[in-house]
Design a protein around this ligand. Structure first.
Ligand code: MN
Length: 422
């Protein structure tokens, strides 16, 4: 791969410096505002391109799209049309936004097509059928193993042979901006070692990315690692909220349940696989050798920088960790191949999260569980405020972006405030 940009693209849209939404990105999302009913748009700079208006004005007439496909409240019908179509739509939008292209720039409907992002409310981008959470960061799995089980045998024997995962709950996946309520449940009181019921005292975030499937399989069929990316439409930031005290008490023998299923938050703009192409990387070496259905003949990792911030009420936000998606031991093609190797079918709009993305260094740990080492140490914020876990009134923010040779492709912001238990 060459290190210099192949071609520089310029747009007539004003894109602020360091914007995640450049002409190279063009993520898809669902928005509405005071005037407009829910519809599908593409983000660029501080604007949203209203695809439904572009469609009405005939800009996609050669593609014979289903009527009203951009007036849906989710991306499911659109991404279900397949990658050949969605890629064409994205390329058409990119072409229309190029500096020298006058077709939209000088069109009388331009004002109607370009909507201010600030005035828009972003909705959940997909109707999520099923949600799976993997556990694909070696560093995260090892850290949790050390704390919850045995420091000598932090990784269980299966971990390097298959991408461990569990089936989560789709109903409680919420869009950025929606607050969550502190969960209640059963947990052990660490001092008295007695069983208590009440609000979780160890509410935590998990810094993750999730991919959204755009193609279904039949029950009984499997997806190979070579074909896996045909099934992946794009990615969002994913905060897999976790109550560590509830989780620690309940998770043996069947794994996460109420400690995880009360909420997960996602960023509203779906960054396509096409936009991430130039950030493709080879993942870490896998030793021992994986079984043949998990072998890959091309790289499936992506160099995406990820950050988590805590913002206590009345305070500025403070960065608590930065890690990178490319360090994940298991990649997305292996996750999908493993998920379907037994014949489990997938549908358009399924969400598969990576698992907490932790790096090797202390400041790259993607959860408070790891950053505070299960509450045994404090995490100091810039203001001097201290945290071990997330408190009521705190807002957790996540950001993610890829940047190379002056090209930036990012996810925008994922923001969730924590409200007291009911
Ligand atoms: Mn998780």
């Amino acid at each position: 791969m060459s290190d210099s940009p192949t071609n520089t693209l310029n747009t007539w849209v004003e894109v602020p410096k360091n914007s995640d939404f450049t002409i190279y990105n063009l993520p898809f999302g669902v928005f509405q505002n005071k005037r407009l009913s829910p519809r599908i748009g593409v983000a660029i700079g501080d604007k949203i391109v209203d695809l439904s208006v572009l469609d009405q004005e005939g800009f996609f007439s050669d593609m014979f799209l289903p009527e009203g496909v951009f007036l849906n409240e989710s991306l499911n019908e659109l991404i279900g049309l397949g990658k050949v179509i969605t890629r064409k739509i994205r390329e058409r939008v990119q072409d229309l936004l190029l500096e020298d292209n006058e077709k939209l720039r000088d069109h009388s409907a331009r004002g109607k097509v370009m909507v201010n992002r600030k005035e828009a409310t972003m909705l959940l981008p997909v109707k999520i059928g099923d949600y799976t959470d993997f556990y694909s960061s070696l560093e995260h799995a090892a850290n949790v193993g050390k704390m919850f089980r045995d420091p000598e045998n932090a990784l269980l024997p299966n971990w390097k042979h298959l991408p461990v995962g569990y089936h989560g709950r789709a109903s409680s996946i919420i869009a950025s901006g929606t607050p969550i309520i502190r969960p209640k449940g059963q947990m052990k009181n660490p001092e008295s070692n007695t069983l208590v019921f009440g609000p979780s005292k160890k509410l935590d975030f998990e810094l993750e990315l999730a991919f959204i499937t755009g193609k279904s399989t039949k029950l009984g069929d499997s997806v190979s690692t070579a074909d896996a990316e045909d099934y992946i439409f794009g990615f969002v930031l994913f905060n897999d909220w976790s109550a560590r005290d509830i989780q620690a008490w309940e998770y043996v023998p069947l794994g996460p349940f109420l400690g995880k299923n009360f909420a997960s938050s996602i960023s509203p703009w779906v960054v396509t696989l096409e936009a991430l192409e130039q950030f493709r990387e080879t993942g870490p070496p896998q030793e021992p050798e994986v079984m043949s259905y998990l072998k890959c003949d091309k790289p499936h990792s992506f160099d995406i920088q990820l950050e988590a911030y805590i913002q206590p009420e009345e305070e500025k936000s403070s960065k608590v960790c930065s890690s990178n998606f490319k360090d994940m031991y298991w990649n997305v093609a292996q996750q999908l191949a493993h998920h379907t190797v037994n014949g489990c079918n997938i549908n358009v709009g399924d969400m598969m999260a990576s698992g907490t993305i932790s790096g090797k260094e202390r400041d790259s740990f993607g959860s408070m569980l790891e950053l505070s080492w299960n509450g045994s140490e404090v995490v100091k914020l810039e203001s001097g405020t201290e945290r071990k876990f997330i408190e009521d009134g705190d807002t957790v923010l996540m950001r993610g972006f890829a940047e190379k040779n002056g090209v930036r492709v990012g996810f925008g912001e994922l923001k969730t405030k924590v409200l007291p238990a009911k």
